[in-house]
Design a protein. Structure first.
Length: 502
């Protein structure tokens, strides 16, 4: 029985990678190549890329029957990173090269002249390689720093097939890749600073509370009142990412093929257009991919003019807002994507924006107004902790406004509150993620506080979820003040955010 050469690579399934063996066999017969093992169209096309790459590197593609198997055969193989392992398996099977492959993993797309192009999901592959005991990982040069984020693994960035073969034969040595920016601080320039926004002190305070405890926020007001500017200023007060969060986000963006740099150094702020489909927002597709809510993980999802989104798209947010994860089910499997994002929604009162405005008359029919306001259902509104009115300010107030507090100062308070939460929960968990048991443990009220909450719950018909979210918000307000106990003033502030629209 002849030995069939095997090259190891990985298939990206959801946000994780699964080991794949690439086997090649050359037999007598008419020249023909076949790839089996549930390959998609991009993998099938690798036959032509591999043929041209080998020929242009001075090597020969076998003039006989070539069979390539990607095992396990029941896992769908998607992407172009199988080019390199397929080429190496064919070279080994044809006897043109000989090298040890037991502790090495390979991934990369081949161009027709043998150069390696970057591939998606390399970080997930590197994690799987380390967990499976591999010592070396060979990836395209453009992906090397990304893969090097994972310690305990030798990562080599490969420019083209020729230099890789020289390295494997011992004729030349590739330098080992490194990445020293893993724990770098957030340095992204802030688009809008809070000090640039005149007035709207209550809305600014709501942004601070939302950022400190990761609470969902809705901004409601007439056109031009500053809702969009306030939402954009959120990026400047979000706490810096921990090393664990950086790695988690980098993995998500790597799998999604949206990793512009070698790592994610700042919290994402995603702002999809209101014409976005449900799949684009939630995730999915024939081959499930992360949607906007997963790309906003540990960051902000800003829905500007959210009433313009289709109702079905908005309602799809209900389960992710509650669970912090979205499950995509297909006939073969169910994949879970993390979705612990902070939702900021901005909306007008009606299509023209002036319904209920004391100074400007609304031009909409009552049916239009009712249809516009029904885009947000009661259950969805119940999952939003902070409801804030953003009024239009008269010119006199805008002109008289003094210098406001800068975002950098607010961020210091936010980070101090997040540190308190990290010590409380022993992880990156925030107050908005508390379980019912943790709410009972960490959100105890005084007798006066109980009476205030009971009165508010009866008067404003707060649901059980609404009461729990008020307590979580009050806990965040107390953390911002550095208080161990929730005082009546903290609870009162949390209630005023909750009952303004309900």
């Amino acid at each position: 029985m002849g030995m069939v050469p095997k090259i190891m690579t990985a298939a990206v399934v959801g946000l994780d990678a699964q080991l794949v063996e690439v086997e090649a066999d050359i037999s007598n017969g008419l020249p023909y190549s076949i790839i089996v093992g549930l390959p998609d169209t991009a993998v099938q096309e690798s036959r032509e890329r591999v043929k041209s790459a080998l020929r242009n590197c001075g090597l020969a593609y076998p003039y006989s029957r070539v069979s390539v198997n990607l095992a396990p055969a029941d896992v769908p193989k998607v992407g172009t990173h199988y080019d390199l392992p397929i080429a190496l398996a064919v070279l080994l099977a044809s006897g043109q090269v000989n090298f040890a492959t037991a502790k090495s993993m390979f991934a990369g797309e081949l161009s027709l002249d043998g150069r390696l192009r970057p591939a998606g999901g390399v970080l997930a592959m590197a994690m799987r390689a380390r967990e499976s005991g591999f010592r070396e990982l060979y990836v395209p040069q453009a992906n090397a720093a990304e893969a090097a984020l994972i310690g305990g693994l030798k990562v080599y960035g490969v420019g083209d097939l020729e230099e890789l073969l020289k390295h494997l034969r011992g004729l030349a040595i590739l330098p080992e890749a490194s990445n020293r920016v893993k724990n770098s601080l957030q340095t992204k320039a802030v688009e809008v600073d809070l000090e640039d926004i005149a007035g709207q002190e209550m809305a600014k305070r709501a942004l601070e509370v939302a950022s400190a405890g990761n609470h969902n926020l809705i901004l409601k007001g007439p056109p031009g009142s500053g809702k969009t500017m306030l939402a954009r200023a959120m990026a400047g007060i979000l706490p810096r990412l921990t090393a664990e969060e950086q790695l988690e986000l980098t993995k998500i963006y790597s799998v999604a093929g949206k990793l512009a740099a070698n790592f994610i150094g700042s919290r994402p702020v995603r702002s999809p257009h209101h014409t976005s489909s449900r799949v684009a927002l939630i995730g999915g597709g024939g081959v499930p991919r992360p949607g906007e809510i997963t790309l906003a993980h540990r960051g902000v999802l800003f829905l500007d003019e959210c009433a313009e989104f289709p109702r079905a798209v908005l309602e799809a947010l209900r389960q992710p807002l509650e669970d912090g994860v979205v499950a995509i089910t297909r006939s073969r499997e169910t994949l879970s994507f993390p979705a612990k994002f902070l939702l900021i929604a901005a909306l007008n009162r009606c299509p023209c924006g002036y319904y209920g405005d004391p100074d400007k008359a609304c031009t909409c029919a009552m049916g239009q107004v009712m249809g516009y306001q029904k885009k947000f259902s009661g259950p969805l509104l119940d999952r939003i902790d902070l409801h804030v009115e953003v009024p239009r300010l008269p010119y006199e107030k805008l002109a008289a406004a003094g210098r406001a507090e800068p975002s950098a100062v607010v961020r210091q308070r936010v980070e101090a509150a997040r540190l308190i939460q990290r010590k409380r929960f022993g992880s990156v968990k925030t107050n908005s993620e508390m379980s019912p048991r943790q709410v009972r443990q960490f959100c105890r009220l005084s007798g006066e506080g109980h009476e205030l909450l009971k009165t508010a719950a009866r008067r404003y018909l707060l649901s059980g979820r609404g009461v729990a979210r008020v307590l979580k918000t009050a806990r965040t307000i107390a953390d911002l003040a550095g208080d161990k106990e929730i005082a009546t003033k903290h609870l009162a502030e949390a209630l005023q955010y909750r009952i303004r629209i309900e």
